[in-house]
Design a protein around this ligand. Structure first.
Ligand code: ZN
Ligand code: ZN
Length: 124
């Protein structure tokens, strides 16, 4: 058994929300070659192609802990709050999340281009 020099992609990750696809080299909580990197979840990772540093990894995405679909880590698609949640699940269960998450979700709503910033909360 010879150790591979370069991690070959083991598969392709696809975000089921935004359709992003990318080859991943590892799925799990601890990418190989990374002494310091510990992801707090099982995640799809790939070696950072922009640096020769073997310890640099990009986290592509993970599975939503509620609906288990694969979602990327983009802020449009998921958030991490002790577990990975896709945004549709967050929205469905927003009341179950602490206020800071709810406020964070508020901030993520597409910003209306307005000349003045208001701190007024819209009641829906
Ligand atoms: Zn996505
Ligand atoms: Zn979900």
């Amino acid at each position: 058994m010879d150790a591979p020099q370069e991690a070959q992609p083991t598969g392709e990750f696809e975000c089921q929300l935004c359709g992003l696809t990318a080859p991943y080299t590892y799925y799990g909580p601890r990418p190989p070659n990374s002494r310091s990197v510990v992801i707090l979840e099982e995640a799809y990772v790939m070696k950072d192609p922009f640096t020769p540093d073997k310890e640099k990894f990009l986290i592509l995405g993970s599975h939503c802990s509620l609906c288990s679909r694969s979602v990327c880590v983009g802020t449009e698609c998921s958030l991490f709050y002790s577990k990975r949640f896709c945004l549709p699940c967050v929205k469905e269960n927003i009341k179950a999340f602490p206020l800071e998450i709810q406020e964070d979700m508020d901030k993520r709503k597409p910003q209306q281009k307005s000349s003045k910033k208001t701190h007024t909360k819209h009641k829906s």
